[in-house]
Every structure is written in structure tokens, then in C-alpha cells.
Design a protein around this ligand. Structure first.
Ligand SMILES: Cc1ncc(COP(=O)(O)O)c(C=O)c1O
Length: 393
């Protein structure tokens, strides 16, 4: 017997490795500040949990439509109209999935074949590379310009597109840098997608987690793009529902049809009573989202200013998401060793930039989705450990 060759290049997630080691240290009595995991630390708002509990008690324990509950699809359609100016029919243009993670897999499965190419911006969320590789695609990486503010290098985007390129994958705000695509970036990408006949996968999971008056714009709202964009979104980040595993795809009937067939055969449908919670998330007050985002902003300001006070560390201000991605390339240790050093020496768990691709080397990803006081403590410990390292050099 032998495992699939397609998995050869897919290692155990570095984020999980850091987490496992941090947890082992914790079990041995060490105090650890967790800044490695990319999930909000807040509980899911009460009204959302209550709706799911009631659904469970009412006996909503069976399969739903493969598309998801109609009422949820109607709530998603209303949200897309109101927040994004996008018009999708609840019946046939929206598919409820097991998180954006499943939606991503479906989008690639539905619109490419083994041997095709997909374009991603790097540093990138690891799934954007690993999901295509699992499906037999090759990944063309376009480096982000890691300056202040982080920029998508679109002048050279078309150089990365070949006749085998079928898909381009966008996320705005982006993980791990928090960078956002603005109107002129979106127009440039749309022009290329139209000219080169590409399908765009637009991951909008962080759309609500934006700061300083930034506003997320969906590329699907640009002229000619509704017909070639798969809009991916979900409940994990905005409503702190990562464990619920609920997301969705919105697209024209023609674009969505192959995804539905893959979804039917892969998972049948998303969790029934969880979907009722998702209805409550969309239809209930959005104050919970505003409260969480305000807290993220408070943490972001603290993290970025503290990082920039540390000698030899520089950090761009992320316009969205909940990650800081400081440049630590002037330390004597490479960033992967530096991350392990910080964990062992200071009990601070952060992710080395190369976990997000070669383009992330020389950086660390610091998630500020943990309690404010823990962040303050973690950054103090980090500063002290880095000073020690510099003194040894
Ligand atoms: C860019 C991006 N998209 C999607 C996800 C996961 O979304 P979901 O929980 O809906 O699968 C993450 C999680 O870290 C992410 O960073």
C-alpha cells in the first residue's frame, strides 16, 4: 500500500505544530500566551446559540436540502443585497457549505481539472495551496509586496497566467497580512479575468473585520464579474462560529451547478440545527459584530505599536482581519527558528511566516484574536526574549 502522491507536498500544518507544542508545554506547567490560532476568542453570541438549541429540541436533526435550509438561503440573499449590493436568488444561486474550507474545495473541483493552474497571492492561508494540490492542480504564486501598506502586485499578475490557468483566488482582507484589495485593484483583476477567461474565487470571510473606515468590496459587483465569480463567505469569523462549520457560496446558476453536484456527493448538506443558528446570526442584531470588531481594533493598535517599539522589528498596520505580520528578518535566526525560540524561551506561541509560503519568510504571524491582557503580557515577554537574542548576537 502507499498513500496518494498528491499529498506528498502537504505536511502537518505548522500552526497546529506550534499549537501542539504550546499545549504540551502548558501541560507541563508553563504559562503560554496563544497568539498562533486564527480564531476569535469570543463565545458565539447568545441569541445564535439559543436558536440552534431550540432547533435541536424541536427535532431538527435530519438532512436538509442539499442547498441548505431555504430560510437560511433567503437570509444570505438579503445579506448579500444589503451589504454587498449583490443580487442572488435563494433558490439555485446559494449553497450552504461546511465552512469556507468546503466551499473552496467545491469551487476548485467544480471549475478545474487535474493539471490546470490556479493563481494565489503569497503569503497565503495554507489551504489555498493545499486544496488545489489535493485536487491535482498546480499553484502559481504571486508575491505580495510586504511594505506599508501591504500591496497586491498586480502589474505582474498577467505574467503568472498561462493557457492552463483556470482560476484566480482572492481574499480581502487577506490572511496572514490583513491586506485588502481596493477598487482599482479589483478593476485590474477583473480586466484580466475577463481577458483571460478565468473564474474568480472570492473569499470574503473577513469582510466584516475591517478598520479605519475601510470597506470591503466584492469583485462580483464589478461589471461582467457576476458571471465569473464564486463568492465564498461564512459565519466563522464575523460571529465567532468557527466550530459550527458553516459557510456558503453565492454564484450564478450556471457557476453554482457543478459545485452542488460535488457537495451532494461529498457531504450531502451542512449541519441542520447549526443552520438555524446561522439564520439568527444574519437576522438578529449586528451589534455583536460591531462589539467584536471594536475590540479587535483596540488589540490591533496595541499590538502594532508595541511591535514597532521593539528594536529591529517593523510591522505594517493591517487594514483588516486579526493578524499582525511583523518583519523580523534582521534577527540572527531565521523566522521559523525564531518562532520556536519565542515559544521555548518566552512561552509565546506565534507562527513563522514561511507557514504561509516562501514569501512569508522573515516574518511572524501574530494573531490578536486572544484576550487583550494576554496580548500585552505576550508582547512584553516577546520583547524581552528578542532583546536577549540580540545581546547574544
Ligand atoms: C482566508 C480564510 N478563509 C477561510 C478560512 C476558514 O473559514 P471556515 O471556518 O468558514 O472554513 C480561514 C481560516 O483561518 C481563512 O483564513
Amino acid at each position: 500500500v502507499r498513500p496518494s502522491k498528491r499529498l506528498d507536498s502537504i505536511g502537518f500544518s505548522v500552526i497546529r505544530k506550534v499549537f501542539e507544542r504550546a499545549s504540551a508545554l502548558e501541560r507541563s506547567g508553563r504559562s503560554i500566551v496563544h497568539m498562533e490560532v486564527g480564531r476569535p476568542d469570543f463565545d458565539t453570541p447568545e441569541h445564535i446559540k439559543q436558536a440552534a438549541k431550540e432547533a435541536l429540541d424541536r427535532g431538527m436533526v435530519h438532512y436538509t436540502s442539499n442547498y441548505g435550509l431555504l430560510e437560511l438561503r433567503e437570509a444570505i440573499a438579503a445579506k448579500l443585497e444589503q451589504d454587498n449590493g449583490l443580487s442572488y436568488a435563494a433558490d439555485g444561486e446559494i449553497l450552504v457549505t461546511i465552512g469556507v474550507a468546503e466551499a473552496l474545495y467545491l469551487a476548485i473541483t467544480g471549475w478545474s481539472d487535474p493539471g490546470d493552474r490556479i493563481v494565489v497571492f503569497e503569503p497565503t492561508w495554507a489551504n489555498y495551496v493545499n486544496a488545489p494540490v489535493m485536487l491535482g492542480l498546480s499553484v502559481e504564486r504571486v508575491p505580495l509586496r510586504l511594505v506599508e501598506p501591504v500591496r497586491f502586485d498586480l502589474e505582474r499578475l498577467e505574467d503568472h497566467i498561462s493557457p492552463r490557468t483556470r482560476l484566480i483566488l482572492l481574499a480581502s482582507p487577506q490572511n496572514p497580512t490583513g491586506a485588502m484589495l481596493h477598487q482599482d485593484d479589483l478593476e485590474a483583476i477583473a480586466a484580466i479575468a475577463l481577458r483571460r477567461d478565468l473564474v474568480v474565487i472570492s473569499d470574503e470571510i473577513y469582510e466584516k473585520i475591517v478598520y479605519d473606515g475601510n470597506r470591503h468590496v466584492s469583485i462580483a459587483s464589478l461589471p461582467g464579474m457576476r458571471e465569473r465569480t464564486l463568492v465564498l463567505n461564512g459565519f466563522s469569523k464575523a460571529y465567532s462560529m468557527t466550530g459550527w462549520r458553516l459557510g456558503y457560496v453565492a454564484a450564478s446558476r450556471e457557476l453554482l451547478a457543478p459545485l452542488l453536484r460535488a457537495h451532494q456527493n461529498l457531504v450531502t448538506c451542512a449541519c441542520s440545527f447549526g443552520q438555524v443558528g446561522a439564520i439568527a446570526a444574519l437576522r438578529g442584531s449586528q451589534d455583536c459584530v460591531a462589539t467584536m470588531v471594536a475590540e479587535f481594533r483596540r488589540r490591533r493598535d496595541r499590538v502594532v505599536s508595541r511591535l514597532n517599539e521593539m528594536p529591529h522589528v517593523s510591522c505594517a498596520m493591517p487594514p483588516g482581519a486579526f493578524y499582525a505580520f511583523p518583519d523580523v528578518s534582521s534577527f540572527p535566526l531565521p523566522s521559523d527558528e525564531l518562532a520556536w525560540y519565542l515559544l521555548e524561551e518566552a512561552g509565546v506561541a506565534v507562527v513563522p511566516g514561511e507557514a504561509f509560503g516562501e514569501g512569508g519568510r522573515g516574518h511572524l504571524r501574530i494573531s490578536f484574536a486572544c484576550a487583550y491582557d494576554d496580548l500585552v503580557d505576550g508582547l512584553d515577554r516577546m520583547a524581552e526574549a528578542l532583546l536577549k537574542l540580540k545581546d547574544q548576537a
